[in-house]
Write a protein that binds this ligand. Structure first.
Ligand code: G
Ligand code: G
Ligand code: MN
Ligand code: NA
Length: 249
């Protein structure tokens, strides 16, 4: 209740801030983009985890406002990233369940004018309600030049219908599979099959939550190429991201 009230009265542009986590392409041997991760620093409640406030925001319908604040922050930094580097923003169910919410995002990106280097991540759970509407929403983003990733793949309400019907550029294999890649043969088989699926579809396959060299080696052995996780970089501030980019390794 207190959280809901604090969120509804929050100055979102002020209280929501974002961190950036690198995505490393093995075959290109460089960081090709960053996932943009929302954080909330409430003057009343202090730091609130997105694991707490995103579901609440989703439930109370305020999530499109948060998403738009995050998109504005991504647009404010994108020009400082050397092309072809891109940023990737997470979407929730409400962002794609009405054209009004999607038009808010489209308008922000349209106003920025420059060739679009903002991508989006959507979970299977978020598109479940009305797949046709979600599809139309994603097509509107695609028309801007954004790319769409299917996030947390393999968890929640997985269905190959999503892969079949949605206009995807990448699939992000959930970190729960990565975590056990060296101890669970079933997860390894699922990863291998998903890599093959991505290859056959011509979409890229991103691994999340890589924390150890052992996990990385196993994924490379299975043919993985785009990696995200603490081993490659924790979510970092804009300042840290830009400093790393300007300092030679
Ligand atoms: O950053 P962290 O791992 O703590 O995020 C926890 C969850 O919150 C993840 O599922 C992540 O996708 C989600 N999340 C982070 N930022 C955003 C955001 O801007 N919008 C939405 N919808 N979800 C986000
Ligand atoms: O649901 P989504 O994939 O968008 O969530 C991304 C979340 O995963 C972020 O909250 C981020 O902080 C978290 N994360 C990123 N890398 C790692 C990692 O290597 N290990 C763990 N445990 N979490 C990670
Ligand atoms: Mn994500
Ligand atoms: Na994910």
């Amino acid at each position: 209740r207190a959280m809901e009230h604090a969120l509804h009265t929050a100055d979102l542009d002020e209280e929501i801030y974002v961190l950036f986590q690198p995505q490393f392409d093995i075959s290109l041997d460089r960081v090709t983009g960053y996932e943009v991760l929302a954080r909330w620093r409430s003057p009343v409640l202090g730091e609130v985890s997105p694991a707490d406030f995103i579901p609440m925001a989703e439930h109370s319908g305020i999530v499109p406002k948060i998403t738009q604040a995050v998109v504005r922050k991504a647009l404010a930094v994108i020009d400082q990233l050397p092309p072809p580097m891109r940023l990737s923003v997470n979407l929730s169910a409400h962002d794609v369940s009405s054209m009004t919410a999607i038009e808010g995002i489209v308008s922000l990106i349209g106003k920025a004018g420059t060739p679009c280097r903002i991508d989006f991540e959507i979970t299977e759970t978020a598109v479940m309600g009305d797949m046709q509407q979600a599809n139309a929403a994603l097509l509107a983003l695609l028309a801007l030049g954004s790319r769409i990733a299917l996030d947390d793949f393999g968890t929640g309400h997985s269905s190959l219908t999503h892969v079949q019907k949605l206009p995807l550029d990448r699939i992000k294999i959930d970190r729960s599979f990565v975590a056990v890649v060296n101890s669970d043969a079933t997860s390894r088989a699922i990863i291998k099959t998903t890599i093959d699926l991505c290859r056959n579809l011509g979409v890229s396959c991103v691994f999340e939550g890589i924390e150890t060299e052992e996990q990385l080696e196993a994924l490379l052995g299975l043919g993985g190429s785009v990696m995200q996780g603490y081993l490659f970089g924790r979510p970092m501030t804009q300042q840290m991201m830009l400093e790393k980019l300007s300092s030679p390794q």
